[in-house]
Design a protein. Structure first.
Length: 308
């Protein structure tokens, strides 16, 4: 494999962006080990400076924000940066909406790791946690809203570990067809569902080929079944190379946020109504993809959205 080295003369700002992304990537892949060091650094130096640099690296564009919402179906890096790190214009667009990102519950059971994921704006995606957040009062005078927020937006990455295993450049595959728990949760709490889609997100990393029937995929499925985490072998760039390493490629991510899908609150969601709302979510994502793919995907004629 021929290594493509980065030029020696690169603007200092770009070098700094790459180093910050390396820091976040290292933290993500080695959280249990590096948590002590990371917490110490963040407590001493503060994190807003690092997060502001991380945003510039991905060149994220904002599009089609309509109105406030209670819950969100989104995915990946675009969602995590926009909603979890307080470094975009989220608070200017939604000044009274408190953004959070749902993640696996066991992240909050590891000492110090819990503090890191909370710093990233994450909350447990467990049923109890989501009910608590999405059932909070919207009264500005309520004690929970002393910080100035009056509603909560929780991003649920519905595809999870299964969708991550299908992520390859140029392939837009969503694991959504048989996942309806987020719809039931929205109905139980009366929260709107806002579909979100990030173009270009699948292009910042590649991974070792893992076809459905391959030995690697079978191994990944076993680990996922036992731990809830899919062990991926990412292929990206390095600090000084462009085609070899574990850092994400510097590529554009365009996050599109659609219109809220309102639901009728019910403590016992009817299966027919759940299917109806679930169908609306899938239809909204397909429409969003078809509407914007020509603008944000190169050679979009060959691109299609697969929902499985």
């Amino acid at each position: 494999m021929n290594i493509e080295w980065a030029p020696v003369r690169v603007p200092l700002a770009r070098r700094l962006q790459t180093l910050v992304v390396a820091f976040f990537t290292f933290t993500f892949f080695t959280l249990p080990i590096s948590s002590c060091l990371t917490v110490a650094i963040l407590l001493y130096y503060g994190g807003l400076f690092l997060r502001s640099i991380l945003l510039v690296y991905f060149v994220i564009i904002y599009l089609d924000y309509k109105r406030n919402f209670g819950a969100m179906e989104g995915n990946g890096t675009g969602t995590c940066v926009n909603m979890g790190m307080d470094i975009t214009n989220w608070l200017e667009l939604f000044p009274q909406v408190r953004p959070k990102i749902g993640t696996l519950d066991h992240h909050f059971k590891t000492p110090l790791l819990r503090d890191i994921v909370r710093w990233w704006g994450m909350v447990s995606v467990s049923k109890e946690s989501l009910v608590y957040l999405l059932s909070k009062s919207n009264d500005p005078g309520h004690k929970d809203n002393r910080d100035g927020f009056t509603s909560n937006a929780v991003a649920v990455l519905v595809g999870g570990a299964q969708e991550a295993m299908d992520s390859h450049p140029g392939q837009y595959i969503l694991t959504l067809k048989n996942r309806k728990g987020f719809v039931k949760m929205a109905i139980r709490t009366g929260s709107s569902i806002v579909p979100s889609f990030s173009f270009g997100e699948v292009d910042i990393f590649d991974q070792v080929a893992n076809p459905p029937d391959s030995l690697l995929r079978r191994f990944q499925n076993v680990v996922k079944k036992c731990t809830g985490i899919s062990p991926l072998l990412p292929k990206g760039r390095g600090i000084f190379t462009y085609n070899y390493g574990m850092l994400p490629h510097r590529r554009r991510i365009v996050q599109v946020v659609g219109s809220p899908i309102d639901v009728v609150k019910s403590d016992s969601p009817d299966a027919v109504y759940v299917d109806e709302i679930h169908g609306q979510v899938m239809a909204a994502l397909e429409k969003m993809f078809d509407q914007y793919k020509e603008e944000y995907i190169p050679n979009s004629q060959q691109s299609k959205l697969v929902i499985q």
